[in-house]
Design a protein around this ligand. Structure first.
Ligand SMILES: CC(C)(COP(=O)(O)OP(=O)(O)OC[C@H]1O[C@@H](n2cnc3c(N)ncnc32)[C@H](O)[C@@H]1OP(=O)(O)O)[C@@H](O)C(=O)NCCC(=O)NCCS
Length: 149
């Protein structure tokens, strides 16, 4: 299994997996938005995305976004992490998270965070998965609001 940064050449494979991820998990983001937002991220040095690929093609995708803030300096967030169902529990996600952490270190990030949705927790016990990856809950609660044009 190779873990490689997403380039223009592999962008369509990444979009396909992200669309599958959003569909399976019930996120409503339309595919054209997924495509546009991923392209913006690939063109922005503060973001990173990688694909895991094996003999049968693309098996997983991860995206990371970084931001500057007073508390952390440069802080990274895992925005998306997905492994196709028939490749799970083989260490694919761990290898992508390790590659993401290596990139974050090179970018001098001082920490990495992830948001776990209640549905993700119920379906995949994500808190157990992320604690295996070395992350721990902060107890903070994320609130959000769309800002339409
Ligand atoms: C969560 C997900 C990415 C895990 O991918 P994976 O390739 O199966 O994970 P790995 O095989 O690398 O597992 C890494 C470790 O986590 C553990 N683990 C994996 N999935 C787990 C789960 N659902 N619950 C508890 N532990 C889990 C593994 O046992 C392994 O532990 P170990 O290395 O200490 O033995 C995958 O199930 C998935 O794509 N889920 C749907 C999308 C999703 O919810 N993504 C998260 C968005 S925040």
């Amino acid at each position: 299994m190779r873990i490689e940064e997403v380039t223009d050449h592999s962008r369509d494979d990444a979009v396909e997996l992200l669309a599958q991820f959003f569909r399976e998990e019930g996120f409503g983001t339309p595919r054209p938005d997924i495509e546009r937002n991923l392209s913006r991220m690939l063109a922005d040095a503060s973001c990173w995305a990688a694909l895991a690929s094996g003999p049968e093609g693309a098996a997983g995708v991860i995206t990371v976004t970084t931001m500057l803030c007073v508390e952390w300096g440069r802080l990274a967030e895992i925005g998306d992490l997905y492994v196709v169902p028939d490749q799970r529990r083989r260490g694919v996600a761990r290898r992508m998270v390790d590659a993401a952490i290596a990139w974050c270190r090179r970018e001098r990030c001082s920490g990495i965070i992830v948001t776990i949705t209640p549905d993700g927790e119920n379906r995949h016990r994500l808190s157990r998965f992320y604690s295996r990856m070395g992350l721990a809950t902060t107890g903070r609660i994320i609130w959000s609001m769309p800002l339409p044009d």
